[in-house]
Write a protein that binds this ligand. Structure first.
Ligand code: URQ
Ligand code: ZN
Ligand code: ZN
Length: 477
């Protein structure tokens, strides 16, 4: 199957130029002026629009079992919603319960993801520790293309990783040449504040942000950074929501430590007033962690993106519908944490990032696709418009408008945190694996065509060689 995207302006993370893009069997074969379309090739006229790498959302939770329920978006509907918004790959999470074998959990999630409509990969969470976890991390890294291990520093009594788990897991990741990622909130402090609030009779969603102030996030971010520094392992902090965690990352990066930061589209645009909404359902719909913050944090986060202190944008797409959120009707700590956005991420970031002048076209591509591909070691297969790359392409019309609403989105959830927001600049066509899967509202995804994408580890070879020279057997063996 072949396709020629003609007459567009190719926009990558580092340049913009007029060129056609020819793809065959799901791979980009040529990028250049006035390319001929072989007989039988599908021709898509970009009409002067931008031709960009398909978005990569490095943080989603499709059909996640969590807090006594299961997220309402599954891997088919979620990847379909993603391509409707220009995102052609997600990196989701395998989250073993404590004492659950990591490989068993990985195989379970791989089964769930078989239904995906677009490509996907998995970070694997380390939620407990023993020798089997150490061994399984090695198997996952060396045989299953897992180069990132997640640690929830929040969620005490459930999936929280304490310092002992962090130290053991970070050490193992270093041996393997893998990167460590963290959800940075001090779970002990959250637990303490939750109980204080409940004991004072605060049971509504307004209690959620009060139990997780920015300092709780800043402490954990700094602790994870210091542990990673001592253990000499690269660190990626997910969903930074406040200036406190951004300051911790900025300090570390200015000292040359290899720390990366992710920010959610939601945390850049939604503030904590949602938790004081008179309608319980609206406030509860926005319960996610870390919580949406007061407005002043948003400008700091935008500056962090502009300054290169935050490198990626994501959604943490983890949807729970109103009946599920009602599980916490009498106790905010029981409201399933999570919100959506996989379909809207690129649209809202273009409108509030590029149209506002905060970001250049090339920076937009970097933060929505290329940087995630580089950090998680799948560039230039992903996140690029270049010969040999996967034919994952978003054709972007900067003039086209969309008003975001739960009534028209493709996400399987009954609210939208960007409800009513009108944006200018959206994908008119999305191409995944060289096939048009979305065009002007026409959704053409196929269940099960999405592929699991291996992500090779980074530096084990160097370590192994170094130890060999020193006559020390490599710990990765
Ligand atoms: O913490 C996460 O990233 C998962 C459990 C999604 N929920 C959330 O509130 N962020
Ligand atoms: Zn999280
Ligand atoms: Zn998450």
């Amino acid at each position: 199957m072949s396709i020629l995207v003609r007459g567009g302006t190719v926009v990558t993370a580092d340049q913009s130029f007029q060129a056609d893009v020819y793809c065959e069997d799901g791979i980009i074969k040529a990028v250049g002026q006035d390319l001929d379309a072989p007989a039988g090739a599908e021709v898509v006229d970009a009409g002067g629009a931008y031709v960009m790498p398909g978005g990569i959302d490095p943080h989603t939770h499709m059909e996640l079992p969590f807090m006594g329920t299961v997220a309402s978006e599954d891997f088919f509907s979620g990847t379909t919603a993603g391509v409707c918004g220009g995102t052609t790959m997600i990196i989701d999470f395998v989250i073993p319960n404590p004492q659950e074998n990591l490989l068993d959990a990985y195989k379970k999630w791989r089964g769930w993801a078989e239904k995906s409509a677009a490509d996907y990969s998995f970070h694997v969470a380390v939620t407990w520790w023993d020798d089997s976890v150490r061994a399984d991390m090695g198997t996952l890294a060396q045989e299953h293309g897992v180069n990132s291990f997640k640690h929830f520093m929040a969620y005490k009594g459930a999936i929280m990783a304490d310092d002992e788990v962090l130290v053991n897991s970070f050490t193992r990741a270093r041996e393997l040449g893998a990167i460590c990622t963290v959800h940075a909130e001090n779970g002990e402090l959250v637990f303490h504040l939750q109980n204080e609030l409940l004991n004072r009779g605060v049971t509504g969603p307004e209690g959620h942000p009060l139990s997780r102030p920015p300092e709780v996030e800043g402490e954990a971010a700094n602790r994870a950074i210091r542990v990673a520094q001592v253990l000499d392992v690269p660190l990626y902090i997910v969903h930074n929501s406040c200036k406190e965690s951004l300051q911790a990352i900025t300090r570390a990066r200015l000292e040359g430590q290899r720390v990366f930061g992710e920010v959610l589209a939601g945390h850049l645009l939604v503030d904590d007033s949602v938790y004081r909404h008179p309608d319980w359902d609206v406030a509860a719909a926005h319960v996610m962690s870390p919580p949406f913050r007061p407005k002043e944090h948003q400008e700091e986060l935008w500056r962090g993106l502009q300054a290169g202190m935050l490198q990626t944008t994501a959604t943490d797409h983890c949807c729970f519908c109103q009946p599920q959120k009602m599980m916490g009707h009498n106790d905010f700590t029981q409201i399933p944490n999570g919100t959506g956005g996989v379909e809207d991420r690129m649209h809202v970031l273009w409108h509030h990032g590029v149209n506002s002048g905060r970001l250049t076209l090339n920076e937009f591509v970097a933060i929505t696709s290329t940087n995630a591909a580089k950090i998680f070691n799948i560039y230039p297969r992903k996140g690029s418009i270049s010969v040999g790359a996967d034919a994952d392409i978003a054709i972007w019309d900067p003039t086209k408008e969309r008003t975001i609403s739960k009534d028209t989105h493709h996400q399987n959830v009954d609210y939208n945190i960007f409800e009513g927001m009108t944006v200018q600049g959206v994908n008119t066509v999305t191409i995944s694996q060289g096939k048009v899967v979305y065009q002007d509202g026409d959704v053409r995804t196929e269940r099960g065509v999405g592929r699991y994408i291996d992500r090779p580890c980074f530096a084990p070879y160097y370590d192994a060689m170094k130890k060999q020279r020193e006559g020390v057997p490599s710990a990765a063996e």
